[in-house]
Design a protein around this ligand. Structure first.
Ligand SMILES: *Cc1c(COP(=O)(O)O)cnc(C)c1O
Length: 445
């Protein structure tokens, strides 16, 4: 299997694509060809590990990681990913709970898989690899947790100062060891732009061996296909009907994984992307013109993205607005509706949901009665509500229990460095912490 740049410049192996993160021409790597599956390929696959082995096998063909795939899958899918049946008045609804990992958000899965791959690729290198990650909230914590204390690896987390929840901020700044947390005066898009600029800087790159762990890394995307394959097969086997999914969407990594599953032949019916008021994807589907903008702060802050990077992959793999229109829908949900949904969802489902998950639940609730009845639906739950207790608790009137994993993280001491949104500030903070000569501390844990 080879991986080609969305800008056409390069074809590399999986190992190179994972190690580089982004192509030399600035494009994103996509698999070429996208594998195709028949349902009978999964005949003997029931558990998520078995499904992952079948699904990911072709993507690892020719990779030095291929013999380790089983172990990588085992390390990544080490916590449950339940598909829970919900009781609702009309129709058939399940919730795919992606938030039972170490930082209680779905990004633990992609980050864990990427860390498991990269740490194996990195084994023979003397200079540490520095993972740069721009985060609007959840990515950074997940990546730091996944890479923390892995030998030969460093992590630099960049987050928009004051724009993440208190608990998120703690999760971004509690690692120490090989993790540097930078609070950037700016938006998530500024953080993302800074990562791109640093990676494109040959001089800095030579000293620090940068790699990315944002959802642009193909090593994040592939494992995300696994839970959609597993859930769709499970529902299809139970009901004889292909399930339809509603995915809370920001940078479009999670949604793209689902689109890929459908394309590869997994039993997926409709794909609906639920966004917050950052509605650039919906506008594109309606107007046919791609107009990325500044991101706008909302209650579903991990989805505050004005220029979703994975759109470049979507366009390369699925064509223009007209062809996308046949494949997906996108619905934008206002903050007011998010609040309403957290309140009503709590009453209807009997448990609290996070603001991101609320966008998907709201979209479900506002489908036509007929659509709710005729199709079988899966809403995707992307984070544990206790991560956003300041939003959720006042709306439901109940205090939320912290999952054990989060409790452990929130007890750790925190440390971060504030910087301006420019490369010079970034460079200074980086070299202050890790030294000018990356080699001098190659023996760091
Ligand atoms: C990142 C995130 C999303 C959006 O996922 P994308 O892959 O960026 O579209 C949704 N919900 C939560 C809780 C997240 O952390």
């Amino acid at each position: 299997m080879k991986y080609v740049s969305t800008r056409g410049g390069e074809a590399v192996s999986l190992d190179q694509a994972i190690a580089a993160g982004i192509a030399k021409d600035g494009g994103l790597f996509v698999p070429d060809p996208v594998p195709a599956f028949a349902l009978k390929d999964f005949e003997d696959a029931t558990t998520i590990h078995e499904v992952a082995q079948v699904l990911l096998g072709p993507f690892f063909e020719g990779s030095a990681l291929a013999p380790h795939l089983g172990a990588i899958i085992g390390e990544t899918f080490s916590f449950p990913i339940p598909l829970t049946k919900l009781s609702v008045a009309t129709g058939d609804l399940h919730m795919l709970e992606l938030f039972h990992g170490p930082t209680a958000a779905f990004k633990d899965i992609g980050a864990g898989f990427l860390a498991a791959c990269l740490s194996r690729l990195q084994r023979d290198q003397s200079v540490p690899l520095t993972i740069l990650v721009a985060t609007s909230g959840d990515t950074g914590g997940a990546v730091a947790a996944a890479f923390n204390e892995r030998p030969g690896m460093r992590v630099v987390v960049l987050f928009p100062e004051g724009r993440v929840s208190q608990r998120q901020a703690r999760q971004l700044t509690c690692w120490g060891d090989n993790v540097l947390s930078l609070a950037v005066h700016g938006s998530f898009d500024d953080c993302q732009a800074l990562v791109k600029e640093a990676m494109a800087n040959a001089d800095l790159n030579a000293r620090h061996r940068f790699s990315s762990a944002n959802s642009i890394n193909i090593g994040r995307l592939l494992p995300q296909c696994t839970y959609y394959a597993h859930a769709s097969l499970a529902r299809y086997r139970e009901s004889g009907q292909k399930p339809s999914f509603i995915v809370p969407t920001g940078n479009l990594g999670n949604g793209l994984a689902l689109m890929l599953c459908k394309q590869m032949g997994l039993p997926v019916a409709d794909v609906i992307l639920a966004t917050n008021e950052n509605r650039v994807i919906g506008d594109y589907l309606e107007e046919g013109e791609w107009l990325p903008t500044e991101s706008k702060p909302t209650l579903a802050s991990a989805m505050d993205v004005g220029n979703p990077s994975n759109m470049e992959r979507v366009l390369a793999l699925f064509g223009d607005a007209a062809s996308l229109h046949r494949l997906i829908r996108a619905v934008s949900v206002s903050d007011q509706h998010i609040e309403e949904e957290i309140r009503e969802g709590n009453t209807d489902f009997g448990f609290a949901i996070c603001p991101h998950t609320a966008t998907a639940c709201h979209v479900y609730r506002h489908l036509s009665d007929e659509e709710r009845r005729m199709k079988n639906w899966i809403v995707v739950a992307t984070a544990h509500p206790a991560k956003f207790e300041q939003i959720v608790e006042p709306l439901t009137g109940h205090l939320l229990d912290l999952p054990d994993s989060l409790r452990a993280i929130l007890d750790r001491p925190v440390h971060s460095v504030s910087i301006g949104p420019d490369l010079a500030s970034f460079e200074m903070a980086l070299e202050d912490r890790f030294g000018l000569d990356a080699r001098s501390s190659a023996g760091d844990k």
